[in-house]
Design a protein around this ligand. Structure first.
Ligand SMILES: Nc1ncnc2c1ncn2[C@@H]1O[C@H](COP(=O)(O)OP(=O)(O)OP(=O)(O)O)[C@@H](O)[C@H]1O
Length: 292
């Protein structure tokens, strides 16, 4: 019997948690699985519950939540043999969308049940892990405005972005990328992607592969953003990162030196950071259940 912990964020999801519990129960509660259900009231509460479950000998943790919860629980599972499955219940669901996990709970529970487990890379920024994306310029600052909106999704994201466009003061970034030196004068977008999207199908690094052993940098100077944005077909064709004005690199280790400290975005959450930021990839560090 495989031991399965279903960890539910009671704050996430549409239609209340029992919709998700029923979906998982109908698919997973069978002769092969012992399934336990717990609510995760906070990041610390969820982490403590997962640590206890690991000690108990759990095989799988199914997270019912969004990218923020995937991050806080994923951090506890890195370096263990426990597999992470994600039943998407967030607003953006970048992690789940990258792996084509269905957004409907019944379909998601079924897809994970019949899926396969594979190791994926994890990003590390200073002392914090990230699974989806990490941003350091205007693409980080907009999260502050976004968090103030009473509702979630692409619309507040765009509105927050527009508001921060007026307020954000771009600054020079000095970048050492696996030994290659890059000087960016005034980057507006500076995102490191482990997976392809921020969420809501907003693809920042369409080619990013979870098991490539690399992270991907997508950066655009402030003066070039309007030109890149006019090429709408590149967004539709998912090739905007190949635009000659976009800095697009695959790398394993990066150091960024900025002139003034400014917050960074880590899987949707805003963190304070000093001027110098270190990023590296931890290859094959987390076992994830991926639909077939
Ligand atoms: N382990 C956890 N347990 C409970 N709440 C958590 C946990 N981790 C993060 N949170 C908080 O729960 C709230 C919702 O997070 P969650 O990631 O589930 O949904 P979301 O933010 O809508 O998702 P997405 O990032 O995909 O848009 C956030 O305020 C987050 O800080």
């Amino acid at each position: 019997m495989k031991q399965v912990l279903v960890l539910i964020n009671p704050k996430s999801g549409v239609g209340g948690p029992y919709r998700y519990i029923t979906a998982v129960q109908n698919a997973w509660d069978n002769d092969e699985h012992d399934v336990f259900y717990q609510f995760s009231q906070s990041a610390a509460d969820g982490a403590a519950k997962v640590r206890r479950a690991i000690e108990y000998g759990i095989d799988t943790v199914l997270v019912v939540g969004g990218d923020g919860m995937v991050n806080t629980i994923g951090c506890e599972l890195v370096g263990t043999n426990v597999s992470l499955g994600v039943i998407p219940a967030g607003s953006g669901n970048g992690f789940a969308r990258h792996f084509k996990i269905p957004l409907q709970p019944v379909a998601a529970a079924e897809a994970l049940l019949h899926g396969h487990t594979a190791p994926i890379d994890v990003g590390k920024v200073n002392n914090r892990l990230f699974f989806v994306t990490c941003s350091m310029a205007w693409d980080a600052a907009l999260v502050e405005s976004f968090e103030k909106y009473p509702f979630r999704g692409l619309v507040p994201y765009v509105l927050a972005g527009a508001q921060q466009l007026l307020e954000y003061r771009a600054q020079p970034f000095h970048v050492d990328l696996d030994g290659e030196l890059l000087e960016l004068k005034h980057p507006l977008i500076f995102t490191v992607a482990n997976l392809s999207q921020f969420g809501s199908d907003f693809l920042v690094a369409p080619d990013a592969q979870a098991d490539s052993g690399n992270l991907e940098l997508v950066a655009i100077e402030k003066k070039d953003v309007p030109l890149v944005l006019t090429q709408v077909h590149r967004f539709i064709e998912k090739t905007f990162h190949h635009h000659p004005l976009v800095t697009n690199r695959h790398f394993k280790k990066m150091t960024v030196r900025r002139e003034t400290p400014s917050p960074i975005q880590v899987d949707g959450e805003l963190l304070q950071a000093e001027t110098e930021v270190h990023i590296e990839v931890l290859p094959s560090a987390l076992n994830v259940i991926i639909p077939n």
